[in-house]
Design a protein around this ligand. Structure first.
Ligand code: CA
Length: 237
């Protein structure tokens, strides 16, 4: 990787719209990252192999190829975090991108603080996976919520919440990837196996039960949110 752990992280911005690219780059600089840019797929590949950035912000609509092709290509040889920057309402693209190995997505138009938060989450997650960060946590905290993997226990404040084995598995998967969206298909495959019915009904029923037990107001969840048409995300504080 290009930067040492204590130096500035480099982020490759793959975007053909110059005004968006400039706007993202200045945000990155303000927040202590070193931006690199590529305006098409060919340049992106060149920058990736020559600079080895710490993270990729990837627009899917590129002039010479589909950004999904870049994800496929990168995942053949690298685990570098990829955040897809997508146009509004392309749920199927988001799901495909995540299934191909993208770490997250952000929808245009997005706020600067949201962008920076997503980048921090993805980098932290990559550090955990590479064992360079805080190590694999035994407990995850998000506000009042604590998930204790060792004791298989979920607390809200000092109240223990009891879940079925399936409900706990869903919570544990989301907690281990806190901040990341997990697709419906991924969760179903992890919990019920590859031959499970692929409609989301059973997952939705379980999530409704989880929220009823966990959330003060299940209609406005603050711990696990729905990413419409894509999946679920446990929110970091
Ligand atoms: Ca574009």
């Amino acid at each position: 990787m290009s930067s040492n752990k204590h130096g500035k992280r480099t982020i490759l911005v793959v975007e053909d719209d110059t005004s968006i690219s400039n706007f993202i780059c200045s945000t990155l600089q303000t927040n202590g990252y070193t931006p690199l840019t590529a305006s098409d797929g060919k340049q992106a590949r060149l920058m990736l192999t020559s600079h080895g950035p710490d993270l990729i912000l990837l627009d899917l609509g590129l002039p010479d190829l589909d950004g999904l092709e870049i994800i496929k290509w990168v995942r053949e040889w690298s685990t570098v975090p990829i955040i897809v920057v997508s146009a509004r309402g392309r749920e199927s693209d988001k799901v495909t991108a995540l299934d191909l190995g993208a770490d997250d997505y952000i929808t245009k138009p997005f706020g600067l603080s949201e962008l920076v938060a997503r980048i921090r989450t993805a980098l932290r997650h990559a550090d955990r996976v590479m064992g360079t960060g805080t190590g694999s946590a035994e407990t995850i905290k998000a506000g009042d919520l604590t998930v204790d993997f060792g004791k298989r226990r979920v607390m809200v404040g000092d109240r223990e919440v009891r879940f079925t084995a399936i409900e706990y598995k869903i919570i544990a998967l989301l907690a281990k990837d806190i901040g990341k969206v997990l697709t419906y298909d991924f969760l179903i495959r992890e919990i019920w196996g590859p031959y499970a019915a692929s409609d989301n009904q059973i997952l939705r029923v379980n999530m409704a039960n989880i929220r009823r037990k966990l959330e003060e107001n299940p209609a406005e969840p603050k711990y696990i949110v729905t990413e419409l048409g894509v999946g679920y995300r446990m929110l970091e504080e």
